[in-house]
Each structure stands twice: as C-alpha cells, then as structure tokens.
Design a protein around this ligand. Structure first.
Ligand code: GLU
Length: 469
C-alpha cells in the first residue's frame, strides 16, 4: 500500500508551495488506493500547533483534500523518540558527547582558520572514561566514516554523497533530551508506515542524514521525491507579492479551488500538453515520475486563465453559492441566470464577478468621470428624456433581452437615431460607467421600473451638472 504524508511545520497558515506538496502526496496515495497522512511538526513547542492544524484543515476543506485518520502531532510523541534514542545508545550506534559550547566554538574557529568546513571531530565517539562534571551531554549518532550514501530520488535520479564530505556525527538529542529535526522526521515516517515521501527539494540535504538513521535502526528506506521549488517569473524565490501567500487568501481573491489545484498540479508536473484537469483526471494521470526536474515559474496569468475557465464551467447554483462569500446574494433576483451568463464570460475571479454584479444590481452611487466627459454630449439629456418618455409608454412585453432589443430598435427608428446615441447613456445610467455587459442583458436584469428610475436619475445628474452644454 502506498502511504504518503504531508508534514508541515506550524506556521499558522498553509502556503501554496505546501499545498502543492500536499496535493502531489494526496494524488499519489489516492491514485494507488493508499493513505494520505497529515503530521504537524511541532516539536518546537513555542509555536501554536493547534492553530496551525486548524488553518491547514480549513484550507484542506476549501480545496477538497482530506487526510486519512487523525492528525498526528509530533509534540505528543516524545516517548517514542526517547525509546529510539535509547535503543541507538544501547546498541552503541549513538553516544553521549560532553563537549562544552566553548570547546565546540574553539574547534570551529581552528577549522575555519585552516579553511576547513566546521565539523565535529568525533572526540567522544569511543569515549570510555569518566564524563566531565557539570555538563549535560547531547546524543550524537555514529555516522559511518567515509561511506557513500546513495539513494534513488524519483525526480532527481541517483544521489550519492560521501559522509566524510557532508556529515559529522550529528546530534539526535539535545542536552535537554529533546530530539532533533531529522531524527523525529525519520522515526515518524517509519512508524507511520510512510512508503513515499514527496517534499520540497529544500529538504534534499536532510535526506542523507535521515538515511543514516534508517540504516542505524535497520529500516528499509521509503521512496523519495524531492520537488523543485516554485520560483517567481524572474527566477527568484517566490515572495508574498508574487503569490506565495496563505491558500485562504486565494479564496478571498476570488479563485475557485479547482482552478488553484489545477494551477498547482501543472506547476511542476505535466501530462502531455494538457492544461485543464478535473480532480478525476489528476487522480488518473498523476505520477511523481513526471514531476519536472527543474524549478517552475509562478504565472499569474495562467492562474487567472484557469480560474475564468472554471468560472465559465460552473453551474448557476455554484456561482450563486460562491458569490455569497462576497456578500452578493442572487437568490431572489428574478433574472439571475441572465446576469450570471452575462458576467461569466467576463469575470476572471469571483471577486470581480461580485463587484460587477453589484454594479448592476445596485444603483450607481456616482458616475465615472471619464465616461461622463466622453459620452454625455450636448444632446444626451434630450435623447435620455425622449427615451424615458418612450419607455414609460411602451406597452409591449419586456421580459427577455430580445424584448429590450426590439424596444430599442423601435425607439431608434422612431427618432431616427443610431444605437451609439443611446447605448452609453443606458450603460452609464445603469452601472455608472461605460463598461458593462450587453445593454439588453443589463436592462432585462434590472427590469423596466428600475430602468426608468436610473435613467431619471442620470437626467437629473445631467441637469445638475449642465453636461448638456
Ligand atoms: N516540516 C517540514 C517543512 O515544513 C517538512 C518535512 C518533510 O516533509 O520531511 O518544511
């Protein structure tokens, strides 16, 4: 059985890089009918892990990922770590080191003077004497000397390092007895039965250390996949401004979760040249073997493109539900379908969708200055008055955009006018600016009575501002 895990450190929110790793791990487990576990790496007790777990659960819920079983907190597992530290000590695979901080500093300094990489010199590795007094020892692992640690990374290929070059007898328990990072990760991955570790390649340098621990305990290695980072379009580390923000910010910005997941799955993985993936397709097609070897660049345009695609694909019910989050309730709007169809084509985000819907549904509180200057001309007030009069006396049914189209046709014909003479007047009166979906749609959405009110209001405005002069 494939068992994967997502193992965030508690930062209080889920970052999109983290979500991508979680998604890859989730897909790989689920594709294989396996398990996807969630472990909060909260051995540093100063940080609030409950809050972090809540934030992750909230983000998971929004995007539709769910871990199997309960969340595992490292902070509740100290006994397990202690047991394995003791085991390694008993088997002489680890040892107490009584070096004081001063001694360690001294050693470092002398190594630096000789232009050598600072490295613990193993002086307590085979120590059999009486321990110095007043020192709480750390526990160090016996790293094999001059040994090649080789493993096959599912993305990077074969990685091999020599222990002499990159490692010393690293600490597995601090002097207060608390275990160190690489130690707990290894113990947990084994105890949780993790078979496939998919994580950021910023952890690549930890893996040989973890392998030393696996070997010392006689455990089989899991499969490793180190995923290249997400960079900004300039090839630098992704910053908050570039989009490296809390996943829930994406909700606030009006992204659909399926768009974000689709964006993330493609950011570093591909299946031919397919761009759009449903969750089912991701599950069918995802394989960590096809994760790119090089870093991928965050591309906001692509995310917007995907988002507008998924907005267009959404049902009326879904849009109505999503817009409530942005305080727009279309439930009781008679022509909601027309409104949704008109805006679906234009809005790249739900936030923009809501803003545009609000503009149509609420009377404009002000008129866009540029639109007023450009489109309200000398004769605009007169034309608007004629239109108002014509509309009031229009007896035919006005139920569909086509009815409005017909009505406008008759109006233009009667007064020998062109569409351009009236179109922007109608737009400005309805939404306050010269940008809107089709005028027939927006007139139909607000209905005849409301249209009369808004045209009247614009006439009043023109009168007050003498725009007709
Ligand atoms: N806790 C680590 C992090 O948040 C991940 C550890 C791992 O995946 O092995 O970066």
């Amino acid at each position: 059985m494939v068992i994967t895990r997502f193992a965030p450190s508690p930062t209080g929110y889920l970052h999109i890089g983290g979500l991508r790793t979680a998604l890859y791990s989730y897909l790989w487990a689920k594709k294989n009918n396996g398990k996807f576990l969630l472990r909060i790496e909260d051995t540093d007790l100063k940080r609030n892990s409950k809050e972090a777990a809540k934030a992750i659960e909230e983000a998971f819920k929004w995007v539709g990922l769910k871990q199997d079983g309960k969340i595992i907190y490292q902070s509740t597992r100290f006994d397990i770590y202690k047991k394995y530290i003791q085991k390694l000590l008993d088997e002489d695979k680890a040892y107490y080191c009584y070096m004081s901080k001063e001694e360690l500093d001294e050693l470092r300094e002398s190594q630096m003077k000789l232009k050598k990489r600072p490295k613990y010199d193993g002086r307590y590795r085979d120590f059999k004497g009486t321990p110095p007094e007043g020192i709480s020892p750390v526990v160090r692992i016996k790293t094999p000397i001059n040994k090649n640690i080789t493993f096959k990374d599912g993305i990077k290929g074969t990685i091999s390092v020599n222990t002499n070059d990159v490692m010393d007898d690293f600490i597995i328990a601090r002097s207060d007895g608390t275990p160190t990072y690489n130690f707990v990760v290894t113990i947990d991955d084994h105890e949780m039965g993790v078979t496939d570790i998919i994580r950021g390649d910023d952890h690549l340098s930890n893996t040989p250390k973890q392998i030393i621990i696996y070997n010392a305990l006689g455990w089989d290695l899991p499969n490793f996949y180190h995923v290249p980072m997400i960079l900004n379009p300039q090839g630098k580390k992704l910053s908050k401004r570039d989009g490296a923000m809390d996943v829930m910010e994406y909700k606030k910005e009006g992204y659909l979760p399926e768009a974000l997941l689709n964006f993330l799955v493609r950011l570093g993985w591909s299946h031919g040249d397919q761009e759009i993936f449903s969750m089912d397709e991701m599950l069918k097609m995802f394989d960590p073997k096809n994760i790119n070897k090089s870093a991928s660049a965050y591309n906001k345009e692509k995310l917007l493109w995907l988002n507008s695609h998924f907005i267009k694909e959404s049902s009326y019910e879904r849009i109505i539900k999503e817009l409530k989050y942005f305080d727009v309730n279309l439930e009781n709007i008679e022509k909601k379908e027309i409104l949704i169809d008109a805006l679906k084509e234009r809005a790249k985000t739900l936030k923009e969708f809501a803003e545009k819907a609000r503009l149509i549904l609420e009377k404009p509180s002000e008129y866009d200055e540029k639109a007023v200057k450009k489109f309200l001309k000398v004769d605009s007030k007169k034309i608007a008055e004629k239109f108002l009069d014509f509309l009031k006396n229009y007896n035919k049914s006005l139920k569909t955009p086509a009815d409005y189209n017909e009505m406008i046709g008759k109006f233009l014909h009667k007064f020998d006018l062109k569409l351009k003479n009236i179109a922007q007047i109608i737009r400005i009166s309805i939404v306050g600016s010269a940008v809107s979906p089709s005028i027939y749609d927006i007139m139909c959405i607000i209905g005849k009575d409301e249209l009369i009110k808004r045209v009247k209001k614009l006439i009043q405005f023109m009168e007050d501002n003498n725009e007709q002069n």
